[in-house]
Design a protein around this ligand. Sequence first.
Ligand SMILES: CC(C)=CCC/C(C)=C/CC/C(C)=C/CC/C(C)=C/[C@@H]1[C@@H](COP(=O)(O)OP(=O)(O)O)[C@]1(C)CC/C=C(\C)CC/C=C(\C)CCC=C(C)C
Ligand SMILES: [Mn+2]
Length: 418
Amino acid sequence: MSVALLWVVSPNSQLSNCFGFADSVRDGSRLIYSSRSVCRERSSMFNCRPKKGRNQKWNACAIHVPEISSMVASTADEIAVSSEEKVYNVVLKQAALIKEQLRSSPDLDVNPDLALPGNLGLLSDAYDRCGEVCAEYAKTFYLGTLLMTPERRRAIWAIYVWCRRTDELVDGPNASHITPTALDRWESRLEDLFRGRPFDMLDAALSDTVANYRVDIQPFRDMIEGMRMDLRKSRYKNFDELYLYCYNVAGTVGLMSVPVMGIAPESKASPVSVFDAALALGIANQLTNILRDVGEDARRGRVYLPQDELAQAGLSDDDIFAGKVTDKWRRFMKSQIKRARMFFDKAEKGVTELNAASRWPVYASLLLYRQILDEIEANDYNNFTKRAYVNKAKKIAALPIAYARSLIPRSKKPLTKV
Ligand SMILES: CC(C)=CCC/C(C)=C/CC/C(C)=C/CC/C(C)=C/[C@@H]1[C@@H](COP(=O)(O)OP(=O)(O)O)[C@]1(C)CC/C=C(\C)CC/C=C(\C)CCC=C(C)C
Ligand SMILES: [Mn+2]
C-alpha cells in the first residue's frame, strides 16, 4: 500500500511545507495520484520532492498547479525522475562551483591572466572577432555588454559565439546536412577546448574564458544535446519533455553566463537561487520563442507545444496545421503565455543579485523578450501567420527602463538566504 506525501518546497523561502498524506489526490475529476500508480506533478514554482517516511516508502508527492505543471507518471513503485529534477541537479553543481570559488578567493572572481603570454595578441584578435559576431547577430545585446567590465564583456561574447555556432548547426544554412555524428564531432571539439586545445580562434576565445571563470562544461554539453533532440524529435508529449528541451537549448545559456556576469558581492541570495533565476530566464525566452514561432515551426513539420495540453484543450496538430484562430486556440494560448510569464517573473527576481555592471543587458533582454508575449496578445493570438515582434520604438523605450531598473538596489528581501 502506498501513500502520497504532499510536499511543497517554496523556492523563495526554502521552507518546506508538508501538506499531509493521501491515498489518492484529485484535481476536480482528474486523478493526479493514486496508490496504484505513481503520478508526480511537477512545477517550476514548487519543487516537489519525494521523501521517505519512517516505515513507509513515500511514492509520490503532488500539488496541482495547472498553469505551470505537467505530469510524469509511471507504474508500480518506481519514481520517474522528472526533467526539472535532472536540471536542478545541474543547477546545484554550478552553484557549488561558485561557492567553492567564493570560499577560496572571495575578492577575486576573475583569474585574469591564465593565457599564454605569446598568444595574447592572437587571443585579443579572437575576442575582437567574437565581439564583431555578437554585434552582427544581436545588436541590442552587444550594446548592453559594453557596460560590463572588459574581461566579462569579452568572455560573454565568446560564450555567445559558441552558442550561436551551435544553434547554426541545426538552424543555419547547412542544417539539412547535419547528422548526429557531426554533433558528436562538435562535442569532442568542445571537450578539447575545455582541455586547453582549441580548434580555431573562436574556440580559443572560449577556451581562455573557461580557464578564467568557473564555467562548467555540463551546460555546453547539454546545449549540444538540445540540438540532438531537434534532429530526432518534432513532438513533445508533455511539459516535462518540453522543459528539458528548453533547458537544453536556452536554460543552459543562463547557467553558462552567471559565472561570467558574477553575483553581486553584497548579494544575500544563495548561488542556487541565482542560477535558478538564470535558468528561468532561458526557459522563459525559449517558451516565448516557441509561442511566437508556432506557424513557422508547423511549416517545418514541428510542433513544440505539449501534446497532452493541446489535447486537454480539445486541439490537435491538425488545428495547428490548419492555422485558424478559434476561441479554443485563444484559451490555450492564454494559458501558455501565463506560464511563460511566470518564468519571466522568477527570472526578474534574480537580476538584481547579479553584479551591477552585468544587470542592464540581462534586464534589457528580459524586457524585450517578454514584450513578445504582449505582441502575441495584440495579434489576437494569431501566431500562425503573423510574427509577433517588438517594434524599434518599443525596443528603444525599453532600454532606459532596463537601465533604471538595473540601478535600483537589490530588494531588501533576498531570493533565498545563503
Ligand atoms: C544578457 C544576455 C542575454 C546574455 C546571454 C548571452 C548569450 C551567451 C546568449 C547566447 C544566445 C544563443 C545564441 C543561444 C543559442 C540557442 C538559441 C538561439 C536560443 C534562443 C535565443 C533567442 O534567440 P533568437 O530570438 O535569435 O532565436 P532564433 O534563433 O531567431 O529562433 C533563445 C530563445 C534563448 C537564449 C537564452 C538566453 C538569452 C538566456 C539568458 C540568461 C541569462 C544571461 C541569465 C541571467 C541571469 C539571471 C540571474 C536572470
Ligand atoms: Mn524559434
